[in-house]
Write a protein that binds this ligand. Structure first.
Ligand SMILES: Cc1cc2nc3c(=O)[nH]c(=O)nc-3n(C[C@H](O)[C@H](O)[C@H](O)COP(=O)(O)O)c2cc1C
Length: 451
């Protein structure tokens, strides 16, 4: 039996994958756009719909970075509304553990799981900088070393809350005047380093008991956090060799936590470009990359690495001769920490530009793209399947470049070919997201005790 491919649809909203300047690009705010993409994904029998999180508008050189389409409505509200217009599609929201509280978020996610009949998923992130934190808690941040500590305890606490009600507590005994068959519904007490809370959880057990937990974060701490308890990872490791190395690394960590390799799915974010011939698809891909990286965007992306004002630089000219400024505060805010070693990366970029004779814009186009599957529908289906069967991934979160119509062609032309190969479902066989993903039911405390 070949592995089955997991497919998810990313509504990109704010980033430079999105081509806002294309005449076919629609609103990133109107509910109709969310409905279009979600219904297309469901028509294509996708596993889930995915939203990233950005809680503050990005800035660069002190100005709002509007080339990454500005504006992003609230994730949980959008997902709850989508629950009403879809029937099977999983609904995944990225929600950070640094600026929220477990009681509140556990309640919101449990509510989404009830409203959607077991389709909720939480992509746990710690967020990348203090700039975002200024919106929230005590004017700033949680030290980096404490972020995963808080994240781990946050998820543990949320799981305690989700299990605080017994499985079937309602008796509805009218004659006896008893509604519940439990003395202490939702009772909990969590006394830990990060959270010291006790009381009663107001939301009874949900169809999945625990919403599906995704994790995005790449450091050793992030990988270990995923191995310990997440159901899936949203990764940046989309190419074949890099994907295989990441896959091996993370799956090897699971045994230490008493888990099976199939308990954690690896799902990188990727893009795709289709054409009637491979040459036509390549040409379209070239055009799309130039739309994504305008001359202005090229300079802004370069500044994110160099951490210098490069507004005077010619987008068609050579890269700066000076090295990145690693001593100053980041001039790009809301997207910091993208490069572990900016000076080394800048040197690699310069070497590549020289070797290939590239100016700034062409170099940025070359080095900042995600893994992209480009070709005829047949070639794209074949490549994606090859990645999954060779353990570079368990599936993909597709990031279309056009909102909201960017997934239509994929669903119409690639999904049937994956189905023909027997590697993608031809109908939904379950109702919950856990079932779609082939995950075992949530391992509750009772299940753990029962062995
Ligand atoms: C693929 C991927 C997607 C991410 N998406 C988000 C996001 O939508 N919102 C957010 O605040 N952080 C996001 N992050 C950042 C994580 O929150 C995390 O803070 C960051 O990667 C630092 O953790 P690390 O050192 O383990 O990588 C993402 C990270 C990765 C790798």
């Amino acid at each position: 039996m070949p592995k089955q491919i997991i497919l998810a649809a990313h509504f990109p909203g704010v980033n430079n994958t999105t081509v806002w300047s294309d005449p076919a690009s629609g609103s990133h705010i109107d509910f109709a756009s969310f409905v279009h993409l979600a219904r297309t994904a469901e028509r294509g029998l996708f596993d889930f719909f995915f939203l990233a999180e950005g809680l503050r508008l990005r800035e660069q050189r002190g100005r709002i970075h509007d080339l990454d389409v500005v504006g992003r409505p609230d994730t949980l509200t959008v997902l709850a509304a989508l629950a009403a217009v879809t029937t099977h599609l999983g609904l995944a929201g990225t929600l950070n553990t640094t600026f929220r509280e477990p009681y509140e978020l556990a309640r919101q996610l449990a509510t989404l799981d009830h409203l959607s009949g077991g389709r909720a998923a939480w992509n746990v992130v710690t967020t990348s900088d203090a700039f975002t934190g200024e919106n929230f808690r005590r004017g700033g941040y949680l030290d980096r070393s404490l972020r995963y500590e808080r994240a781990a305890e946050f998820v543990r606490t949320a799981r305690e809350l989700w299990e605080s009600w017994p499985a079937d507590p309602f008796v509805g005994d009218r004659d006896g005047g008893r509604y519940l068959d439990v003395a202490d519904p939702g009772g909990f007490a969590h006394h830990g380093e990060q959270f010291d809370i006790a009381g009663h959880f107001t939301v009874p057990r949900t169809p999945q008991v625990h919403p599906v937990i995704l994790q995005a974060g790449d450091s050793p701490d992030g990988r270990e956090f995923a191995a310990a308890g997440a159901d899936a990872i949203f990764s940046r490791h989309g190419t074949l060799a890099d994907g295989q190395e990441f896959y091996r690394d993370v799956k090897a960590r699971l045994a230490r936590h008493g888990r099976h390799p199939d308990d954690l799915k690896i799902i990188p974010g990727v893009t795709f470009v289709l054409g009637d011939t491979d040459a036509e698809a390549q040409e379209r891909a070239h055009h799309i990359r130039r739309q994504q990286v305008s001359p202005q965007t090229a300079i802004l992306l370069l500044e994110q690495l160099w951490n210098r004002d490069l507004s005077g630089l010619d987008p068609d000219g050579p890269l700066p001769a000076v090295d990145p400024d690693v001593s100053a505060d980041a001039i790009s805010r809301g997207r910091a920490g993208m490069y572990a070693d900016p000076v080394a990366t800048a040197r690699q970029w310069r070497a590549l530009a020289e070797e290939k004779g590239l100016g700034v814009r062409d170099l940025v186009i070359e080095v900042t793209g995600r893994q992209s599957f480009v070709g005829t529908p047949g070639r794209v289906a074949e490549q994606m399947n090859h990645f999954v069967q060779s353990d570079a991934a368990d599936g993909f979160i597709l990031v279309p470049h056009l909102t909201p119509g960017g997934l239509d062609e994929f669903v119409d032309r690639v999904v049937p070919l994956l189905q023909e190969r027997g590697v993608f479902r031809t109908r939904y066989t379950g109702t919950t997201l856990r079932e779609h993903l082939g995950l075992r039911p949530a391992r509750t405390r009772e299940a753990a005790v029962a062995g």
